[in-house]
Design a protein around this ligand. Structure first.
Ligand SMILES: Cc1cc2nc3c(=O)[nH]c(=O)nc-3n(C[C@H](O)[C@H](O)[C@H](O)COP(=O)(O)O)c2cc1C
Length: 223
C-alpha cells in the first residue's frame, strides 16, 4: 500500500467488527511505528495495549465510574482550550454536525447524541485498545513526537487492513485509567485508541470529514 493510499483511507472508525487482531500484528505495527522521529530521539511515547479480559475489565471500570461521574472525573490536561476560538470552533462544530447528520440524530435529541458519544467508552467495539501516556516532565515538542508515533501507527494499521480510532474521550476518566492500568504518577494520560477491523456495514463509517484549503493553512514563498 502506498503512503498516500494509507493516508486517504485512514478515517476515524467508529464501528469495529469483534474479529480479534493477532498479537504478532499488533506487535509489528507498534515496532514499526517506533521508527517515528522524535526530537533528540527521546522516543517519549508509551502505550498500554489491551485486549480480551484486561480490556473488558478496563471498560467495566470506566462504565462503573460513569455511573457516579457521567461527565468524567478529570484529565491531566485541557483537551481543548477554554473558549475555543475561530476557525477551530466552527471546524469542531462541523465535524460533530456531519457525524450526527449521517446517523440521522437531530441537534435536539441530546439523549441519542449522548448515547452515540458513550460508544467511545466501549472503544466502538474495537477488540484492541491502546492507551497512550507520556512522562509528566515532557514538553510540547515531546507531545508532538507522541502524535507522530500515533499517526505512524494509524497509517501502518491500514497496511494490515486494520482501522483505528484515536480517542481523547478517555482522558476525562484518567483517575480510573491510572488505577486500572497502574499508570505511575510521573506519567500523564494522553488518549486511547481503538484498533481493529472496520464494520463496513455501519453508516457511521461513511463519514468523510472536511479539510481546510491549503490557502488557509500554508503560506508559500519563493515558488
Ligand atoms: C488525538 C485525537 C483524539 C480524538 N478523540 C476522539 C474521540 O474521543 N472520539 C471520537 O469519536 N473521535 C476522536 N477523534 C477523531 C477526530 O474527530 C477526527 O480525527 C477528525 O474529526 C477528522 O476525521 P478523520 O480522522 O476521520 O479524518 C480524535 C482524533 C485525534 C487526533
Amino acid at each position: 500500500m502506498k503512503v498516500s493510499e494509507a493516508l486517504a483511507s485512514r478515517i476515524t472508525t467508529r464501528a469495529f467488527l469483534k474479529k480479534p487482531v493477532p498479537e504478532e500484528t499488533v506487535r509489528a505495527i507498534l515496532e514499526q511505528a517506533s521508527r517515528a522521529p522524535s526530537g533528540g530521539n527521546l522516543q517519549p511515547w508509551n502505550a498500554h495495549v489491551l485486549t480480551g479480559e484486561p480490556l473488558a475489565n478496563l471498560i467495566a471500570a470506566v462504565a462503573e465510574t460513569r455511573q457516579t461521574h457521567p461527565a468524567g472525573e478529570g484529565s491531566d490536561y485541557d483537551i481543548y482550550p477554554p473558549n475555543l476560538k475561530e476557525p477551530y470552533r466552527t471546524r469542531r462544530y462541523r465535524c460533530g454536525e456531519m457525524l450526527y447528520g449521517i446517523l440521522g440524530i437531530p441537534r435536539e435529541d441530546k439523549t441519542a447524541r449522548l448515547a452515540q458519544f458513550a460508544k467511545n467508552y466501549d472503544l466502538f467495539g474495537a477488540p484492541v485498545g491502546l492507551f497512550f501516556t507520556i512522562d509528566r516532565e515532557m514538553r510540547q515538542g515531546q507531545w508532538a513526537d507522541l502524535g507522530m508515533f500515533m499517526q505512524s501507527l494509524m497509517l501502518l494499521a491500514r497496511e494490515y487492513r486494520l482501522h483505528t480510532c484515536p480517542q481523547e474521550a478517555w482522558a476525562v476518566f484518567t483517575p480510573t485509567l491510572r488505577r486500572v492500568l497502574d499508570i505511575p504518577d510521573g506519567h500523564m494520560f494522553f488518549c486511547g485508541m481503538g484498533l481493529g477491523y472496520m464494520d463496513e456495514t455501519d453508516k457511521v463509517n461513511e463519514l468523510r470529514t472536511e479539510r481546510a484549503s491549503l490557502a488557509e493553512i500554508a503560506r508559500f514563498n519563493g515558488f
